[in-house]
Write a protein that binds this ligand. Structure first.
Ligand code: ATR
Length: 284
């Protein structure tokens, strides 16, 4: 029941119609009987300042930030968590007496999701496909968790170069390289973990696949696709044909939300809540 003491949380983004965040957060609030409501705000692309300042003035307790505002909200934070600063993107704002503090839970959301699937990064050779926002969080995680080597494979090589340069600023000495997407055959001969971070293969274009050549999949030991709709992309289907261990983006989606909730409420959320939420999304 919403009453005078209900605390408001929300998400700003554009577009926002297909977001699962209200479902995840309101389910957690319900589970813990917190007097909280979480709502989506579709914000005009040119009005992010007005939206963030207006929500702060309206006593909102916390916000999630999605595309295209993850970098744009940075100037409106009173303080930014050290890791979020290095990543250069924020997906969580927590209200304090002085203003919003910005965090990034995408990196640790992916980390928790991989751990829950028994996939480790330490000492592994990683291919990251894509060089956008999701790739940035992935590269940061792989660098922080001490991957043995990282290749950023991207259609636009300049963007792969930029990502490598920005990661090296924080992790000097890291074995990280940019590579044009079409040059994947030039990858050293190893057993790779490939993390697919582009929107290729996402609903409704479920037949699309970023790399169709079988020889690419033969070199993999693990394939991760950050897409969660569909749960099994063409990329993962193809990897499975070569007995590659696969995992989709659903757990990352849920864990990044759970980590925001933990930051806001200063609690540890039970893993059984995460599993329950994943199952409810799968069966919807
Ligand atoms: P996000 O923040 O979700 O990661 P993004 O920043 O728009 O999204 O990045 C999208 C990524 O998908 C980019 O790496 C993009 O490649 P370019 O840098 O060459 O644009 C990649 N991508 C999108 N459409 C693509 C396509 N048709 N073929 C290959 N890569 C594509």
């Amino acid at each position: 029941m919403i009453n005078g003491k209900t605390q408001l949380y929300g998400l700003i983004g554009n577009p926002i119609e297909h977001t699962k965040s209200p479902f995840i957060h309101n389910t957690v609030a319900n589970y813990y009987s917190h007097n909280i409501i979480y709502v989506p705000f579709k914000v005009d692309k040119y009005k992010v300042k007005e939206a963030v300042e207006g929500l702060l003035a309206s006593n909102i307790q916390g916000l999630n930030i999605t595309v295209p505002f993850k970098e744009k909200v940075i100037p409106y934070c009173y303080k930014i968590d050290k890791e979020a600063k290095h990543i250069g993107a924020i997906n969580t704002l927590k209200r304090t007496n002085d203003g919003f503090v910005g965090y990034n839970t995408d990196v640790n959301g992916l980390h928790r999701a991989l751990i829950s699937e028994d996939i480790k990064i330490y000492g592994e050779d990683i291919i990251i496909i894509g060089a956008g926002g999701a790739a940035k969080a992935t590269a940061y995680l792989c660098a922080r968790e001490k991957a043995h080597s990282i290749y950023i494979l991207n259609r636009t090589i300049e963007k792969a170069n930029e990502l490598v340069t920005s990661i090296k600023k924080t992790f000097s000495g890291l074995d990280i390289h940019p590579l044009a997407l079409d040059d994947y055959l030039m990858l050293p001969n190893k057993r790779w973990i490939a993390i697919q971070t582009t929107p290729i293969g996402m609903h409704p274009n479920v037949k699309d696949n970023i790399i169709t050549d079988n020889s690419f999949y033969k070199q993999l030991k693990v394939a991760v696709d950050l897409i969660y709709n569909p749960l099994e992309t063409s990329f993962l289907k193809k990897a499975k044909k070569y007995n590659v261990k696969t995992t989709n983006g659903l757990k990352m989606l849920v864990y990044q939300a759970i980590l925001s909730y933990e930051i806001w409420q200063n609690i540890d959320i039970d893993d059984k809540v995460v599993i329950e939420i994943c199952n409810r999304i799968i069966n919807k």
